[in-house]
Design a protein around this ligand. Structure first.
Ligand SMILES: Nc1ncnc2c1ncn2[C@@H]1O[C@H](COP(=O)(O)OP(=O)(O)OP(=O)(O)O)[C@@H](O)[C@H]1O
Ligand SMILES: [Mg+2]
Length: 367
């Protein structure tokens, strides 16, 4: 990463007994699209407010563009925030709304007009400058809010669930639009959402939060392919979690033997945990497949089969009582199975992802 634009250095913030942000450290690069993802109440908004300066940390430091801003007021931090409800001024035109921030900074009239026109082009609202917010669609209003937040070229834009009020189709369009605007302007975006698909679509990197801590911070592919904890595995994608006794360790592999020659094989995480928790993604599992060979194979009973158009979803209950979701493309190879059928599931050893073991959950490592 180039010089970080935003640094949180061991930041905590409590409200009474409740620790909303618990010893969080992270660095956000200049020009990065960075997301914070997690369930309601996990501390996303509080973290954003700490960056904006609306909240002061109990301990820790906040750095912006290399400068310690922990005690600097929000107005003196070169960041802007966009909220879910846009908060446009209803009595002002679109152009006046966008110009507002420049007026506060006493930017000369001509220069301000030019900047406003430029921003309306970036958000593709040319020609709508004279309308009132009430005469716009939800998506257009969102664009005005963005133009207004970007017009004075902040070092970073902080967005708190900005698409929450839009319907699904518009939301999808605006996701791509936001990404385009972020690329065009080169502004650092810090984006808060509880929608995993949204975070995966837009982000360079994502911090997955739970209970005030960052469980894992990585790019979208790494979070999906190598989740570190059961929580991350379940929050991003389907978790398919199985917990098994380790029978033996063979070189790089941990082998968990089951009845009748069945077994689960996983890359050995090291240590000596007697049990491991494993996750396997639905599209990595085959129904049927080899009954010998190196990988995992496990028997179970089909409890549900759903046709989803391009794929079929099969839910299989295994001997431990746990259920695995399997996704298969509906091509000519797709297995013909029905509820009640006994099936063997198989997958390659590299697809057994160790989430937490009995050593306890792993926390995000400090660099
Ligand atoms: N001003 C406050 N006073 C007391 N408790 C607060 C305050 N602000 C936040 N909290 C609590 O801190 C925790 C984290 O809140 P925060 O708003 O950061 O969550 P969030 O991840 O943004 O959730 P959501 O997805 O629902 O917006 C919550 O339990 C919340 O109730
Ligand atoms: Mg919030």
């Amino acid at each position: 990463m180039s010089e970080p634009m935003i640094v949180l250095d061991r930041v905590s913030r409590s409200f009474g007994e409740l620790c909303a942000v618990d010893d969080v450290s992270l660095e956000i690069g200049a020009g990065e699209f960075f997301s914070m993802l997690g369930p309601s109440g996990c501390g996303k908004t509080t973290t954003l407010r700490l960056i904006a300066g609306f909240e002061e940390p109990d301990v820790g430091r906040v750095m912006l563009a290399g400068e310690d801003v922990t005690l600097v007021s929000p107005r003196r931090r070169n960041v802007n925030m966009v909220f879910q409800d846009y908060a446009l001024f209803p009595h002002m035109s679109v152009a006046e709304n966008v110009e507002f921030g420049l007026r506060l900074r006493r930017v000369a009239r001509d220069q301000a007009r030019e900047r406003v026109a430029e921003m309306l082009t970036v958000v593709q609202l040319e020609g709508l400058g004279q309308r009132r917010p009430a005469e716009l669609s939800g998506g257009q209003r969102q664009r005005v809010a963005l133009a207004r937040a970007l017009v004075n070229k902040p070092a970073a834009l902080l967005l708190d669930e900005p698409l929450g009020a839009l319907d699904l189709k518009l939301r999808r369009e605006m996701q791509l639009e936001l990404k385009r605007i972020q690329k065009t302007t080169g502004t650092t975006f810090v984006y808060v959402t509880h929608d995993q698909e949204e975070a995966l679509t837009m982000s360079d990197r994502i911090a997955v939060m739970e209970g005030g801590i960052v469980q894992q911070l990585a790019d979208p592919r790494t979070l999906y392919e190598q989740p570190r904890t059961a929580f991350v595995a379940g929050f991003i994608g389907t978790s398919n979690s199985i917990r098994l006794e380790v029978s033996r360790r063979e070189g790089e592999l941990a082998v968990m033997e089951l009845d009748q020659g069945m077994r689960v094989v996983a890359p050995d995480p090291g240590g000596s945990a007697p049990r491991l928790r494993i996750t396997v993604r639905p599209e990595k599992i085959r129904i049927g497949g080899s009954s010998n060979g190196a990988g995992s194979r496990i028997r179970g009973q089909v409890v549900e089969r759903i046709y989803l158009g391009s794929l079929s979803q099969t839910v299989v209950e295994i001997a431990t009582g746990e259920r695995l979701v399997v996704h298969e493309l509906n091509d000519d190879e797709a297995a013909a199975v029905a509820p009640g059928d006994q099936v063997t599931l198989s997958w390659a050893e590299r697809h057994s992802l160790i989430v937490d073991s009995d050593d306890g959950p792993q926390r995000e490592e400090r660099s």
